[in-house]
Structures are given as structure tokens and as C-alpha cells.
Design a protein around this ligand. Structure first.
Ligand SMILES: CC(C)(COP(=O)(O)OP(=O)(O)OC[C@H]1O[C@@H](n2cnc3c(N)ncnc32)[C@H](O)[C@@H]1OP(=O)(O)O)[C@@H](O)C(=O)NCCC(=O)NCCS
Length: 184
């Protein structure tokens, strides 16, 4: 079970953000956002070698190429607050199960954690997946973020590791949710 972060009293901003497809020009900003998220959250749970390996993944050409594919398909969503990128997320159809969607690149700026922006992105992706007649959504999550998904009716199915370079890895878990369940 993940540790629940203490956000204090955060203003609800989920309905104040504009959610729109990220453009190629914003890929650098997406990576900077993801690096800030990791540094703030996972750094408390990872050692220096794992953190360096994760930063190196974010800086790699293959990671940029993956982001660029999502951008070109116009399904990398950005959450913008007063024009500033504060969140990102995308989903694809699962390779193994065509009835299931898979969430990727879900990150919210640590400055705005607990404001409902992650849920807004998640809800939007789940709506799109329902419209595409998918029955289930799945996610691979850092252990520290699993509580967010559980709060949104995902259930952990299994635990694993996400391999990084130089033999490093991060502990992750896999979660699923039937799309018949809707967020309130
Ligand atoms: C996980 C993440 C996307 C959550 O975004 P967020 O905008 O802070 O989440 P929200 O404010 O929408 O939270 C929705 C609910 O989940 C809860 N929650 C959020 N993060 C949580 C966590 N780590 N553990 C337990 N509960 C959490 C909130 O308290 C809120 O609860 P409520 O229903 O009582 O209001 C964000 O912390 C993040 O970017 N993490 C690092 C990247 C990551 O691990 N991404 C997921 C895998 S790709």
C-alpha cells in the first residue's frame, strides 16, 4: 500500500485547467514536468543511482520518440493553467488485450498536487476510452502513486519492476479498473 501524501488544504483546480493535445513544441516542457514530478515524489523513495537512471531515461532519444508518437496522434493531453503546462497524460489500447486501455505519462506538477488535476486528466481519458468501446483501463504506477489510482477505483493486480539503464530499476505496480465504474 502506498503512503498517502499530505497535501494540506489545496484549492480544487480540476475544472479550472484547460485540457488540450500537447504540440511538438511542448515536448521539452513535458519532459521537464516529468523530471520535476519524479524529483519531488519518487526521490523520497529512490536512491541516487535510480534517480540518475530515471533522469537519463527522460533525456533519451527513445523517450522523446515515444512522446512524439503520442503528440502526432494528438492523444498526449496537456493540462494548462493560465497557459502553463501543469499536467500530462495519454492512453493507448493495450497490446495484450484490445478491450483494455493503458494509461501512460500521467504526471501533475508537484506544485499542484492534490488539486484534482490528475483526476481531471484520468476522467477525460476514461471517457475517451469508453467512447472507443473499451471495457477496462489499466495503469502501471510507481508505488508512491498507487494510492491515487486506488482513490479512483483502480485495484492493484500485481507488482513488478520497471527496468532502467545500468541495471537500475523502479518498483511499480499494475492496476485495473472496469470502465463501467465512473468517477464522481
Ligand atoms: C499521481 C499523480 C498523477 C496525482 O495527481 P494529482 O493531481 O495530485 O491528484 P488529484 O489531486 O487529482 O487526486 C485525486 C485524489 O487522489 C488522492 N491522491 C493523489 N495522489 C495520491 C497518492 N500518491 N496517494 C494516495 N492518494 C492520492 C487525492 O488526495 C485525491 O483524493 P480525494 O478523492 O479525497 O480528493 C501525481 O502525484 C503525479 O504526477 N505523480 C508522479 C507521476 C506518477 O507516478 N504517475 C502515475 C503513473 S504514470
Amino acid at each position: 500500500m502506498s503512503e498517502h501524501p499530505r497535501f494540506g488544504t489545496m484549492p480544487p483546480l480540476g475544472h479550472d485547467v484547460a485540457v488540450a493535445p500537447v504540440t511538438l513544441d511542448d515536448i521539452g516542457e513535458v519532459r521537464a514536468l516529468q523530471r520535476a514530478c519524479f524529483t519531488s515524489m519518487q526521490a523520497r523513495h529512490s536512491n541516487e543511482a535510480e534517480t540518475i537512471a530515471f533522469h537519463s531515461l527522460l533525456a533519451s532519444g527513445s523517450y522523446s520518440a515515444e512522446l512524439a508518437v503520442s503528440v502526432k496522434r494528438q492523444n498526449l493531453l496537456g493540462a494548462y493553467l493560465d497557459g502553463r503546462l501543469v499536467g500530462s497524460a495519454t492512453w493507448t489500447t493495450s497490446r495484450e488485450d484490445k478491450r483494455a486501455g493503458r494509461i501512460r505519462f500521467l504526471f501533475v506538477s508537484p506544485l499542484f498536487n492534490g488539486c484534482g488535476i490528475g483526476r481531471r486528466l484520468l476522467t477525460q481519458m476514461e471517457c475517451a476510452a469508453r467512447q472507443a468501446n473499451l471495457e477496462e483501463m489499466s495503469a502501471r504506477s510507481l508505488i508512491a502513486s498507487a494510492g491515487f489510482f486506488e482513490r479512483n477505483d483502480y485495484r492493484i493486480t500485481t507488482y513488478g519492476v520497471f527496468p532502467l539503464e545500468a541495471g537500475e530499476s523502479l518498483a511499480v505496480c499494475y492496476l485495473r479498473k472496469p470502465l463501467s465504474i465512473r468517477n464522481v
